[in-house]
Structures are given as structure tokens and as C-alpha cells.
Unconditional design. Sequence first.
Length: 443
Amino acid sequence: MKRSGKKLAAAAETMRRRIGSLFVERQIYLRQHGQVHFLSLTPRLQMTAAAVLLVSAGWLFWSTFNLLLADRAVEIRNERIKYLQAVHEQQIAALRKRYETRKSAETDAAEQLTDQLKSLETQQDELTGLLKNRQLSGEALDAMRRSVQGKPASAAEGTNARHSQLLAPQALVPRETRMASLDPNSGLTLVPLSSNNIDAMPDMQASSALPASERIDRMKARQSALAAGIGDAALGEIDILKRGIARTRVVSADMLMRPAGYQSSRDKPQGGPLLPFTASNDFSTTFSYAEHNLSLLARLENAVAHMPLASPLPDYEITSPFGGRTDPFTGRQLFHAGLDLAARYGSVIHAPAPGIVSFAGWKPQYGQLIEIDHGGGFVTRYAHLSEIDVKAGQKVSWQTRIGHLGSTGRSTGPHLHYEIWYNGIVRDPAKFLEAGDYVLSQR
């Protein structure tokens, strides 16, 4: 303890001596006007001045240091604020961009939905028009069926017995029923399309959990399938008409619809693999398919409606066929240019198809004769009449009363001598009656 105290005392003494050597008494001499003055600076005064100077220097240094630190802190804080502001602006920009993107997507989706609804509405209108046109087309053939509905069937044998099938009411299927049977499970209901009632549609109710776009796609596919079904149904009816026309052994469907000098596509070089048509989601393709088939069917039905396919008598018996026979007057084998239909004297004779009366009067061997030009190369003759109810140049329609059965001219008794000519050549009427039987009973 004593040694450490001595060391401290020695150190203090050494420090005092050193400080004392630094702050010795000094004089500052001042000479003025030849006189010399001096200012004495005592050690205490020097130490006081040094202490004041040291404290001032320390304060100045500390103040400067703190000022620099404060400026740096402000700068750091400003940089931090700028950084946070930039991050905030980026987040706002990202949110704005996301909002605009979503809004644009929703707008595009709404516009797309509107366009799809308009497309569906247009397709629906086209389908409705197609169905209406289908119901209107072929009215002539439907009228032919309706006109024979309810009449008594013939008891005669041969062609007239087959023709009596036309009189069966169950064979007369309404056109609307046939079109509705395209898809019996479809439950199709044509309602106005809009964004307000889209969920009320049968297709939409069945899949209400699906997104609107998917439901619309399903309905588009359904409309395409319906159009394809209409086209297939028309194609089936075309096939029936073609088969019936072919039974005449005289003319084909292509010949009936071919204008003079026309070269059909069948006559031109064509080829390719035989592939069935399948329903496509492309509505324009299936609609064109249906429209083409319905147009072809309408033309074919119109042509068939002007063919003499029905019997001019509701009840008859064939007493002499077409072709070679033993002549009732000479007993020789001669050609018979028509079909003899026996019935009650005075029975009403009707036009079997629309046309224009080209002759009405007396002609040797034929007796009282009516000749009707049906167009398309078809001409019919009705001979041995007792009365004529039309005149040359008169237009007649289906089932127009043209005369009465008789036995005038070269005849052995009451009957109708019925002839059919096509392009200037006489044809077998029995084949036309058979064709009409097939066409009208199958539709």
C-alpha cells in the first residue's frame, strides 16, 4: 500500500513538474512611443487560457461531429423515405396494373360472352328459319297425302290394291312430328338469347354449375348437332324420294332437277375416299350441310309434286295393262299404250299433278280426250270420257276435277284409258302409280 501510494505521489509530482515546465511565467513586451511595457503571463493565467482553449476546441469538435452525424442521419432517413416511397409506388403500380389487367380481362370476357350470345342468337335464328322453311317446303306432297286421307281403300287387285296403302291414315306423319323426332331426348326450346336469360335455357339449367363460357360451348355443340340432324333427316327423305322416283323405271332424281344442257357434278371428274359426314362443332359447316340438303330436298319435292304419281281415280280395277296384249276388237297381239282403269260409269276423274290442259275434245279412237302438260317433259292423257270439265289452256292443280269416266271412242265398256308420256315417249303408268305409292306411304 505504501509503495503504491509513493508511486502515485511520484507520478503526480512528475506530472506537476512537467506541467509547471510548460506553463512558466512569460512576459509579453510592448513598445510604444519609445517606451517599453510588458505584460506578465503567470502560469495560472496560462493554464486557465489553455483550459479555456482546450474546452472550446473540444466543444467545437464535438459540435461539428454531431452536426455531421445529424446531416448523415437526415440523409439516411431521406434515403429510407425515398426507398419506401419507391417501393410503395411500385406496389401501387403493380396493384393498378393487376386491377387494369383484371378489368380488361373481365371486359374482354364480357365482350366475348356478348359476342358468343349474339352468335348463338344468330345461329338460333338460322335454325328457326331452317325449321320453318322445312315445315313449309314440300307442302304440295303433304297436301297430296291429306287429300287422300280418309278415302275408302280400293278392293281391286294389282296396282290399285298397292295404291290403296296411300289411304291409310297412320302413314300420314305430320312434318312437324318428323322434324321434332330428330333428337327425341333433346328437349330443345328456342327462346330469345341474352345475358339475362342465359341461365333459364334448358341446356344451361342442366349444367348450371359450369362456367358460362363452357355452357355456351355446349349449346353451340348442341346447335351444330341439331343442324347436322336436320341435314341427316333431309338426306333420308331425299333417299326415299330417289328410291320412289327410280321405281318409275323412266326418270331419276338427278334428271328431274337437271336443267336443259346442264352437266351435273356426277358427270365431271371427281374422286376421294368414301367417308361419312360427322357432326362438327363448327356450326357453319353443319348448317351449310343441312341447308344444302334441305334445298335439294325442296327442289326434289317440288319436282315430285309435279309428277303424275297418283291415280286419277280413287277406286278402280286394272282391266288391261300397259304393253303387248290381245286386242279386244281384232284379236291380234298389239301394243297397248296405256293402262285401262275400270270403274263406275261417270266416276269423277282428277288431275294427278298440277299442269296445263293442252287438249280437251274429241280425238279418233280416244273418244273424249283430255291431255295435260305437267312440265318437265311429263304429259298425261285421259281417254273414253263421258264428260269433259276443263278446256285447253286451263291451269289445273292436284285433284282438280277434269272429267267423268265413260266409254267413248274405241272402247268395249266404261273405263279410263290412262297414258303417261315423258319426253315424247309413252311410259307405263303402273310404274308411276307404284312409285307414288312408295313415295307417299313412306313419308
